[in-house]
Design a binder for this molecule. Structure first.
Ligand code: GBH
Length: 479
């Protein structure tokens, strides 16, 4: 019998980093503890109708107080890396100026616990919780915010840089800018396409200024994390080798430009895509882009962090109004999901991850690649003290096979971090969508590793996937 590619044993390169990720506002809670200042998400959650159930991150997983137990769990699962984010308003309650030592103390304790457990800390400096005071001064539409970010980055580095090797400046600037300032479905809830383009530029500038500050201070590894979206035509969703019509290819290129190249090209090539500049010019003008900005944004970085969840499917449709998430996308139709989806309604297409990684390797060959987020929400059920999340195991396994195929194809992929370590505050969806490999009971805050956590532990221990894993004897049986 032949073994299909989907069933082969797949071992990852030596040193491949296995881990999991979270973000401060989604897990920490303790929103008013130890001098933390308010962020735009504290404010946004209190606006009626913005977040499902009126949920907030006030308590979340209470990771701020339970981090020691959480690190113990990570160790049991065998994680080699843990990606967390630092809450800017914990460190600088007013966004700049006076430092809150208790805020830095928390990350100091967390890092020490991680290191003692043999887990590498990966610190993200901005995962969407802008200090409210900075939003009041213009938020990401203000150029100054990028400079404030670089100061903040330096302050955090001063405290943790002797122990944290891997620094991620900004998480998903597209989401922060276009969902936060354009569509208004994320904090701060503004609805101006012009503001969204300005915010996107200033987030890139923050990345560049932050990366420069980190580099000068001696940081070992610096990364930018983007939510990268493979853009496909409906035909390509069924058959990756299908050749799109000229008009559909044009639609794909436009959305790829707005979603991906808007960030990739300035950060990794020091230039703007031409068609992006034309859209920005007619939407926001170009005054916010200063001479020299591209050079600042294009700092040498070590890793590109990739958050991959699902592809976007588009085709050409003359007369179609712009999608509010993509100002400038007139004439493009977005298709709804077909085939299997997660509880978020996002299509499950692992093969798109292979294509994405190979495309990045080809187009941006000088940067290492790291999957900083991949995972899925499903309707988990606790039964008999267990969460049998076979759908999540299948999702992660499929994406690991896809990642491995990209490595075989030459992509310099250094690691994989599952989103998420814990069920947590899923932004607009509040606590109603669960992405964790560890279940959290949001009444008692008790943690329960799901079956996916036990499965992931095996993957990490074996540095890959084995065919017929059900029939492999356990160590105890062999002994
Ligand atoms: C990440 O963002 C975040 O970094 C993380 O905080 C979050 O919890 C996690 O993902 C899960 O959501 O509606 O089919 O067109 C994800 C960014 C942007 C990915 C919107 C999905 C819409 C897919 N997301 N995108 S679709």
């Amino acid at each position: 019998t032949t073994i299909s590619a989907g069933e082969r044993s797949l071992i990852f390169p030596d040193g491949f980093v296995w881990g999991a990720a979270t973000a401060a506002y989604q897990v920490e809670g303790a929103a008013r503890q130890d001098g933390r200042g308010p962020s735009i998400w504290d404010t946004f959650c209190r606006r009626p109708g913005k977040v499902t159930g009126g949920h907030t991150g006030d308590v979340a997983c209470d990771h701020y107080n339970r981090y020691a137990d959480d690190v113990r769990l990570m160790q049991e699962i065998g994680l080699r890396a843990y990606r967390f984010s630092v809450a800017w308003p914990r460190v600088l309650p007013g966004g700049f100026g006076e430092v809150n030592p208790a805020g830095l103390d928390f990350y100091d304790r967390l890092v020490d616990k991680l290191l003692a457990a043999g887990i590498a800390p990966y610190a993200t400096l901005y995962h969407w919780d802008l200090p409210q005071a900075l939003e009041d001064a213009g938020g990401w539409t203000a150029r100054d915010t990028a400079h404030r970010f670089a100061e903040y980055a330096g302050i955090v580095y001063d405290r943790l840089g002797d122990r944290v090797d891997t620094w991620i400046t900004v998480n998903e600037p597209w989401v922060a800018a276009f969902l936060g300032y354009g569509m208004g479905v994320h904090a701060p809830g503004r609805t101006s396409p012009a503001d969204a383009f300005r915010a996107a530029h200033h987030l890139l500038l923050a990345h560049g200024l932050g990366a420069r500050a980190l580099r000068e201070a001696g940081a070992e590894r610096i990364a930018l994390t983007l939510n990268l979206v493979p853009v496909l035509t409906p035909a390509q969703l069924d058959d990756p080798d299908a050749t799109p019509s000229r008009h559909d290819a044009e639609a794909v290129d436009l959305i790829d430009c707005l979603a991906n190249r808007q960030f990739l090209d300035p950060a990794l090539r020091g230039r703007h895509p031409e068609r992006l500049l034309r859209i920005v010019e007619r939407t926001a003008g170009l005054d916010h882009i200063h001479d020299g900005d591209l050079a600042l944004i294009n700092q040498p970085i070590d890793l590109l962090g990739i958050n991959y969840y699902s592809p976007t499917v588009v085709s050409a449709r003359p007369g179609e109004p712009a999608n509010p998430a993509y100002p400038g996308s007139e004439g493009v139709a977005f298709s709804g999901a077909r085939g299997p989806t997660t509880a978020m309604g996002w299509p499950i297409v692992p093969s798109a991850l292979t294509r994405l990684l190979l495309r990045l390797a080809a187009d941006y060959p000088d940067v290492g690649l790291l999957v900083t987020e991949n995972g899925a929400a499903f309707d988990d059920v606790v039964a008999g003290g267990r969460v049998a999340d076979a759908d999540r195991v299948a999702f992660i396994e499929g994406h690991l096979r896809a990642a491995h195929a990209a490595i075989e194809g030459g992509a310099d992929l250094r690691g994989y971090l599952v989103w998420s370590f814990l069920d947590n505050f899923e932004w607009v969806e509040g606590y109603t969508k669960r992405f964790g490999i560890v279940h959290v009971d949001f009444d008692t805050l008790r943690r329960l590793p799901k079956d996916s956590a036990a499965w992931y532990r095996e993957v990490i221990a074996r540095n890959g996937l084995y065919r017929e894993r059900a029939r492999r004897p356990t160590l105890e049986e062999v002994a």
